[in-house]
Ligand binder design. Sequence first.
Ligand SMILES: [Zn+2]
Length: 53
Amino acid sequence: MSVEVVCGKCGERIALMKMLKPLRDVTSKHGGRCPHCGQRLSPSEFSLDAAGA
Ligand SMILES: [Zn+2]
């Protein structure tokens, strides 16, 4: 099972995780910002969706 990390602002997928990692790991990879819309990301502003489970 993999998990999609979706920007709460623009709805674009930021990352696809094979396993749960700390969200900080994912956001820090992109400088703490959504690579699509540039929105600063905080854990409350994006969502996790199970994909293809
Ligand atoms: Zn975004």
